[in-house]
Design a protein around this ligand. Sequence first.
Ligand code: T3D
Length: 257
Amino acid sequence: MYETITYSINNGAAWITLNRPNTLNAFVSKMNQEITHAIKTASGSEEVRVIVLTGAGRGFCSGQDLSEVDENMDHGEVLRRHYGPMMKQIYQCEKPIIAAVNGVAAGAGFSLALACDFRLISDRASFLNAFVHIGLIPDSGNSYFLTRLVGEARALEISVLGEKIQAEQALSLGLATKVFPADHFEAEVQQFAERLAVMPTKAIGLIKRTIKAAGNLSFQDYLEEEAQGQRIAGLTKDHREGVQAFIEKRKPVFVGK
Ligand code: T3D
């Protein structure tokens, strides 16, 4: 069905694997479109409770395929047509999204990882804001997410100096949720995904929505957003199940509804 990615479901987790390993999974427009489509499909699937984005081979994603860049290209248009829709699809997704960073994440590949809710990284992973090395500015939401994660001063250092950030440093900077050994990386990611897949999925979506709103609203407006979110959460089956399970002193069985 897809040419540049693979898509599979394992125990509630949709795995979207960027699949151009000879280029360390560099983006071509087809890949932008296919990722957008796959995220939309996973978002709408009842079977899927969590989404995992990863790369085939030794890289996560090396950013734009530089062999496709030519001097007549309007980079702004490329962003509006191909990268923007992909990043919006990820940003708007109400299910948890994990970037399983198996190797280097450079340029827009770094942006892709930054846009996800969790970054589980292999001890062989690295991040590189490569844009400055080819005279470009960080794009695909990069500075939006990076400043929120590490603050303006660090974001500036990472973006202007363009130094490679290795796994342990990424963890200490707050760029990674967890680092796992490369030898059992996939199994660890699946285990983490399964942990999320049995949680109250609707509530997670509402938590994502509320946290995003928190940075952009006045306190008054935020309180209203929170009240609306809690109203919706309070009407879910999972809320009823959570309370019932507490009273019956048993583990809750959440269905994501
Ligand atoms: O309009 C627009 O374009 C706007 C959008 C821009 C978004 C962007 O992402 S701009 C930034 C683009 N990305 C880069 O500048 C990163 C370029 N790549 C690298 O700096 C390095 O390859 C890495 C640091 C990522 C990895 O280094 P290393 O030493 O581990 O691997 P390598 O040997 O450099 O690469 C392995 C192969 O992948 C190699 O091919 P070969 O020689 O084995 O046939 C290399 O050419 C290929 N490759 C790596 N990155 C890209 C790529 N091919 C095409 N495009 C790439 N981005």
